[in-house]
Design a protein around this ligand. Sequence first.
Ligand SMILES: Cc1cc2nc3c(=O)[nH]c(=O)nc-3n(C[C@H](O)[C@H](O)[C@H](O)COP(=O)(O)OP(=O)(O)OC[C@H]3O[C@@H](n4cnc5c(N)ncnc54)[C@H](O)[C@@H]3O)c2cc1C
Length: 805
Amino acid sequence: MNSHYRVVVIGGGVVGASVLYHLAKLGWTDVCLIERSVLTAGSSWHAAGGIHALNADPNIAGLQAYTIDLLSEIEAESGQNIGLHMTGGLTMAGTPDRWEWLQSAYRTFQSIGIEDCRLVTTEEAVALNPIMSGEGLLGGMWADREGYIDTTGTVHAYAGAAKKRGAEVIEHNRVLELNQTLEGWEVVTEKGTVSCEHVVNAAGLWAKQVGRMAGIELPVSPLNHHYLISDTIPQLEELDFEVPMTVDLEGFTYLRQDQKGVLLGIYEINHQHWMMDGAPWEYGFELQQEDPDRIEHELTLGFNRYPCLQEVGVKTWVNGAFTFSPDGNPLVGPVRGKRGYWSACAVMAGFLQGGGVGKSLAEWMIHGTPEADVYGMDIARYGVWAENKQYIKETTGQFYTRRFVMTYPNEQLPAGRVLKTPGAYADMTAAGCQWGQSWDLEVPLYFAEAGFEETPSLKRPNAFPIVAGECHAVRNGVGLLDISGFSRFEVTGPGARKWLDRIMASKLPGPGRARLAPMLAEDGRLKGDLTVFNWGPGMDGQTTWWIMGSYYLRAWHMRWFDDHMDECVHVRDLGEDTAGFSLSGPKSRAVIEKLTDAAVGDLAFMGCDSFDIGLLRCKVGRLSVTGELGYEIHCRTGDHATLRRILLEAGADQGIREVGFNALLSLRLEKSFGIWNAEFTQGYTPGMTGMDRWIDWDKNFTGKAAALAERNGNGPARRLVTLEIAADDADASGYEPVWAGKDKVGFVTSGGFGHTIGKSLAMALVDVAHCAEGTDLSVHVVGVEKNAKVIAPSPYDPAGRAMRT
Ligand SMILES: Cc1cc2nc3c(=O)[nH]c(=O)nc-3n(C[C@H](O)[C@H](O)[C@H](O)COP(=O)(O)OP(=O)(O)OC[C@H]3O[C@@H](n4cnc5c(N)ncnc54)[C@H](O)[C@@H]3O)c2cc1C
């Protein structure tokens, strides 16, 4: 062991070994991995070793596909056998909704380039896996690139390939302490102290403790998981092929062949957490006692699905633990405020995700940003609220139990709620608000009569007419929307203007003005679809600026601001201090004017100022996400209920109606206004998304060289368009493939129903050759192909008169 390395990776499971390999592969060879015991000594040695390309998050599915392709590469590079059995895999559906979902998921996989899968009938599936009973099954999906590997061999292959490229692996050496230094980290180990620039927490079952060594409380917990290995099954002895990896979603089980028996794994309905504060240091190659009683129901389903199991004994039980984050996705990336500390934790399926995690993290460390859009596994998708143990217990438990349970797009899950509420929560609930959750905050979806219950559905839900009514109120009268669920950052200090001018690609607004502001990474891809407000000089003569964006990106954006900070600039996240309401619709001016004698009605489109609104002092911006005349009114969080009350009172004679975000999503679609995580992501560029129209090309800003290269080159291969879809009972939602005849020419970024124009709409990224207005295309909506046409942007009020009146 040297006294200094560029990177120290803590943990020799599949994730740590993959991170080490990718660092070395990308050229950082002054790197070492420190392992407490021997390689694989955490969850990795006893994993079932199953690999599937499919995942509900398309970006993570892409990284899983990468991992599977990588396996043979590391085997060849290291010379270490990984026992790869590419048997192919089946995912089976046992209810009509699930079958419909699977058909729609199949189209999503086509969209993201996973082409080697196909839908199969139950009969075909039984022929592919003859030990499976087809009873109650409606169909399935076959994927070529599924199977299983030898877990120990795979970890050694990653580590061996990394060593061949110059990395070092140090076993039997526990990391005891981490101390932050000016240059990076001091890593105190049983065998001495090492200094390094970067430290990676890949400590798996011990991630919690290795986080705490740096003062970080990771939202992660281990849970127990059972699988059994059967005795030899005579039926398998007679087959001249291996049965495929098979997931029975309604049965909560997965199965693969193990020699001439099978391995049957169970996602347990009665989940059981294990050592929530992390595994004991002395824990090694032991397992928990199996508990068949706790999983009796799932076992019965499994033994009925594979009747041969009723005839043979169980050779081995495994009840081991592995780690989960609240949403089941990994926690990867740099930790805000801990320069040089990187997380590679909570990797629930290390053997199918480990390659992608290692690749993305190594790119992030070396190039400053990963190639793929990894927001879905970025540690900054959580805030401090997620450190709470009860929150972690509820959410990880919910994820585990529902691992194979179908979640509908309109379904609200209960774990970790109700947490943070807007000030007017009780009053809004009494008014019939149906709540959703954004990050930690309850946000209004729509307002319904007492006793209304939304039915989970893949198609248009029973709340559809309610949302139609709210849209109508906004377009024809005035709607009131709680906008506590927007992020607000205050930027002050003598260096504020210069800093904002550098990190935002747009011109900055003048005093009393707001402006849409794309923010770019150095590689020219998007980092934010923000709005910058210039509130003008305060008493001290210094300008106060605001940046507004998506609430759930608060920690993600703060980390970016910190990492790109200048001297003499102060950025404060106002998310705990400021809330608000938006008034929207042709009658909104009449309502706000009743509450003040100030000239709020004179505020021009995109103007902003401070006003007295009733008894409250508020900041008001004349902005519009709905495409109507509108005002965003910001108040202190403690004033939220009062602000709602006075706005409703003032609007009573105008027929004001409270509305939720479901209506906003429909209204903005009719204006072709994009939103983050749909039309705009960190994987897309200004040219693709039309964000380039807000760029000020005459100034210098972060990402300019790359953005210019896109502008001056051949342009993007795909552009954002608006589609009208001939859909009847369901609308597109995102990632559905777009076809020109038999050619796949793009995918939907988001969709829904435009209640004012009475049409099913979608926005989509489409090959430039097929972007022209009037082009006939088709789109799969919930698995069924529907005709679609490219239409001009903003099908409602294309000239934008309503919002400028
Ligand atoms: C029963 C079961 C079945 C599973 N089946 C599958 C499957 O089919 N497919 C799949 O992809 N995944 C499966 N998994 C999950 C898989 O095992 C995990 O995702 C994976 O092992 C996580 O790897 P890791 O490297 O993050 O953590 P770990 O394997 O836990 O490795 C962490 C390592 O860090 C070391 N360490 C911790 N603290 C320190 C310290 N202070 N100093 C030095 N070293 C330290 C530990 O000794 C350990 O070796 C299964 C898990 C279980 C329990």
